[in-house]
Design a protein around this ligand. Sequence first.
Ligand SMILES: [Zn+2]
Ligand SMILES: [Zn+2]
Length: 182
Amino acid sequence: MLLRMRSVLQFGEQPHWRLTRDISHLLSGRKEIASFGQLDVDLTAKQAAGSQVSGEVDVAGSLQLDAELVCSRCLSLSKQTLTIPFHERFTEANELNQEEDEEEDEIVHFVKEDQVDLAPYVDENVLLALPYVPLCDEQCRGLCPECGHNLNEAQCECKVERIDPRLAGLADFKFGGSPQSN
Ligand SMILES: [Zn+2]
Ligand SMILES: [Zn+2]
């Protein structure tokens, strides 16, 4: 995935990358990812609009990954397809623009040679897009803290039911009050 800056900026080419990338070096060893496929990469580079002076290259497109994630509440596996938008800007470094322009909303990567390997930028975008706390469902009820039963499947018999906090006082009253130490 080599981007040649000059082919885009001087010859107006719009190189396209459509490939699959093995990202096991990124994901293996992560406990919340039970299995994963290859990363589908679909990117196009072109001269950034209105950048004749600064000479910026826009690389945009999307990354897609099928993965089986471990729910952080109930530990069940759920297959998910992550679609990750990709947009990075590159410009050739020279003495005038070595400093990152902090007024720009977008970060522009300065490139010292004509060729840029896009792979590290792809990998970084994947890592940033992975859910920090994967869930099988937003409403996942998790496991019973007492018996470990998956509460999405059925309620268990344990007494540590999830009592609505508004009714907790009522429950104390009903069962004769428990000297809770909190
Ligand atoms: Zn779950
Ligand atoms: Zn239980």
